[in-house]
Design a protein around this ligand. Structure first.
Ligand code: URA
Length: 268
């Protein structure tokens, strides 16, 4: 086992054994010398307190969950589970009245290669409480697989709004604004290597260009909170208009190149 993988108790035990072995060797060596002077063998020494001194107990870390929750600036100190719990009771906009579930996010939440930001939960997502589980989600999984990404391994997926807009309408600006506190904090906690925005609501929100078209935004690199970010069309839009496959594939290849990923020769 590597030293870095050992617990404090294991480190201390190993050290104690090493000191014991060294002591026995020293004793054997001294015995040879003592025979000449007729001295008595000394008692076995206890190294446990020396080992305790060299490998002290770890100080318990302060848990972010212990901090009070509720206000935006306090969210900066929250863990993902505390943030998700906070979102699950959110009543900041009227979407809370019609939602079945808050769809917070899914996938790898510890420094994934990519954080995908979609628009908002649809009917299936609202029922299951998970993002991108319907037809558009299955299509998204194929895009990700084409550049060796997967929500199980190296991708985190979320949306601009965590509650389903009725009849799958676009989220209103005030709804996106109300939910942005959660998204900002998700980015800050997750720290992905790159962000992929899908569709206009996510792309305009994250680039801070509310009037820009997808035609203008897609395929360019931006930075959000110092994290490289690229925008492309939403999978649902590509399912409706196959002419968008080519630009999406070009955008995905740019993202893959930036991350040093294989592109598998596929197509969106
Ligand atoms: N479309 C989105 O933008 N997000 C989802 O979670 C599902 C469909």
């Amino acid at each position: 086992m590597e030293r870095s993988e050992m617990t404090v108790d294991q480190k201390r035990e190993a050290l104690e054994k090493a000191l014991d072995r060294t002591d026995m060797l020293m004793e054997d060596f001294l015995d040879v010398l003592r025979q000449d002077f007729g001295e008595k063998k000394r008692n076995h020494r206890d190294f446990s307190s020396a080992a305790q001194k060299i490998v002290p107990d770890e100080k318990p870390e302060e848990k972010p969950e212990d901090k009070p929750v509720g206000k935006d600036d306090e969210r900066l100190h929250m863990s993902m589970s505390a943030l998700s719990a906070d979102a699950s009771g959110c009543t900041r906009c009227c979407l809370c009245r019609t939602r079945k579930n808050v769809v917070f996010g899914t996938g790898c939440s510890d420094r994934p290669l990519v954080m995908v930001i979609g628009e908002g939960p649809g009917e299936n997502e609202d029922i299951q409480g998970l993002p991108f589980v319907g037809k558009a989600g299955q299509y998204l999984d194929r895009w990700l697989a084409a550049i060796t990404l997967s929500r199980d391994k190296n991708v985190y997926i979320t949306n601009t709004v965590k509650c389903r807009p009725p009849q799958n309408r676009d989220p209103y600006p005030e709804e996106k604004e109300a939910c942005f506190a959660f998204l900002k904090q998700q980015v800050a906690l997750i720290r992905p290597s790159a962000i992929l925005c899908l569709g206009k609501p996510a792309s305009t929100l994250m680039t801070g260009q509310p009037e820009a078209s997808m035609n203008a935004l897609h395929g360019k690199f931006f930075f959000y909170d110092s994290i490289p970010m690229i925008c492309t069309y939403h999978p649902a839009a590509v399912l409706r208009d196959p002419a968008l496959k080519r630009p999406v594939w070009d955008d995905l290849k740019k993202l893959a190149r930036y991350l040093g990923l294989e592109t598998g020769g596929g197509k969106a």
